[in-house]
Write a protein that binds this ligand. Structure first.
Ligand SMILES: C[S@@+](CC[C@H](N)C(=O)[O-])C[C@H]1O[C@@H](n2cnc3c(N)ncnc32)[C@H](O)[C@@H]1O
Length: 377
């Protein structure tokens, strides 16, 4: 039944649908934020393409630039400075940049706003080795965004959104489109660079190995980092032929092209980062069985992937990370990879067992993924 209540002199219509007026308004604000959630991501993309994080970082990690100084560094004579101001004002409000008002250096009497990096935009400096720019650019690429727009149709009618909008699965698409292959491999390498630093600082399971195979290792970033820390390890970076064909020569790394569903090269241990989450349980079991054939009784697989709802996520190393990220990635897998999903510990245990691995350890590292180390049964 509808009724009218008076709030601050305004009449608000309530029909009992919401529990309270406050709940109604808070819900509406959240709904507005859901409606425009893409704006933050795309405004960051705009700032990255204008190279604003890099131009501030070039002056130093704590440096600031005024609007005029930013405009003077843009690659056009007369950019729209008022738009730059509006982008920066929005991104300051979102915590991506910081702003401080100080006396102007040009004119001592007046004040100016100066913009600096925050811990967020420090990750969007593309000139740094550890940068999230390639990942943000991939996730905002039209070919990655389009599948989200037909998720509902695939829920009803079946099929994979990525396949429906791009005409092939992720791996045949990367094979046929070199520019997308490059974008994708760069984004993976960017995450791997970040994760390997975290992993090598916490995980000690490489020290007794003489050889290692990185299955689905992309362009070899993980293998290169492992060999740099453990130079006595003979390492193979194994991926599809079109991926290793574009990989740079890396010291201590042999690139091998092949299909992990057919065979996996032999080694003391198999490393797999962000592979299992791309595939269904049945496919993971096939891959694990091939990994099992490739290692000795005393060998192991070292998986780097997410664990949904894990008690390990609450450890100190993970405290700063948002556990809901697992769920974001889970939907990303549902829309982009055939059968892909993020798994709970129980789900991991089941596929590991059926793939030929009994005991396992889950090791928390300061990254969105965990290490799942599993031993032959
Ligand atoms: C999500 S990416 C992860 C890449 C890398 N491990 C990383 O984390 O940076 C998945 C990788 O699996 C590779 N891949 C897909 N199907 C494969 C197959 N049948 N055999 C070998 N590699 C495959 C892809 O080419 C891609 O490099």
């Amino acid at each position: 039944m509808s009724s009218l209540v008076v709030n601050n002199g305004c009449e608000i219509c309530t029909d009992g649908f919401f529990e309270s007026e406050e709940e109604e308004l808070l819900g509406q604000i959240h709904a507005w934020n859901c409606t425009f959630a893409f704006v933050e991501s795309l405004a960051v993309k705009c700032a990255i393409l204008l190279e604003i994080p890099d131009m501030i970082a070039r002056e130093g990690p704590r440096a600031t630039l005024s609007l005029n100084e930013i405009a003077a560094r843009l690659p056009r004579e007369s950019p729209d400075v008022s738009c730059v101001f509006r982008i920066m004002r929005f991104l300051v409000a979102k915590g991506v940049f910081r702003a401080s008002v100080v006396k102007s250096s040009e004119d001592g009497g007046s004040y100016e706003t100066r913009y600096g990096l925050t811990p967020v935009s420090k990750w969007f400096v593309k000139e740094r080795e550890q940068s999230m720019v390639p990942m943000l650019l991939l996730q905002n690429d039209e070919r990655i965004v389009a599948p989200w727009h037909c998720f509902n149709e695939c829920v009803l009618d079946g099929g994979l959104p990525f396949q429906r909008t791009n005409g092939g699965d992720m791996w045949s698409y990367t094979s046929a489109h070199p520019d997308f292959n490059h974008l994708f491999n760069n984004a993976m390498a960017c995450d791997t660079g970040i994760v390997m630093k975290a992993l090598l600082s916490k995980y000690r399971g490489f020290h007794a190995l003489n050889s290692l195979v990185d299955v689905g290792g992309g362009t070899g970033t993980a293998t290169a980092e492992i060999v740099r820390t453990y130079p006595s390890i003979k390492a193979i970076n194994y991926d599809l032929a079109h991926v290793v064909a574009t990989a740079r020569q890396l010291p201590g790394v042999e690139h091998v092209g092949g299909d992990m569903f057919e065979t996996v090269p032999s080694g003391d241990a198999i490393f797999m980062k962000w592979i299992m989450h791309n595939w269904s349980d049945e496919d993971c079991i096939k891959i694990l069985k091939n990994c099992r054939k490739a290692i000795p009784e005393t060998g192991k697989v070292i998986i780097v992937d997410m664990v949904v709802d894990s008690q390990h996520n609450n450890k100190n190393e993970r405290a700063a990370l948002d556990p809901n990220l697992c769920l974001v990635f889970d939907l990303l897998m549902a829309t982009h990879c055939t059968g892909g999903k993020e798994r709970t510990e129980e789900e991991w245990k089941k596929i590991l067992w059926e793939g030929g691995f009994g005991d396992y350890n889950i090791i928390a590292i300061p990254a969105v993924q965990s290490v799942i180390e599993a031993f032959p049964r």
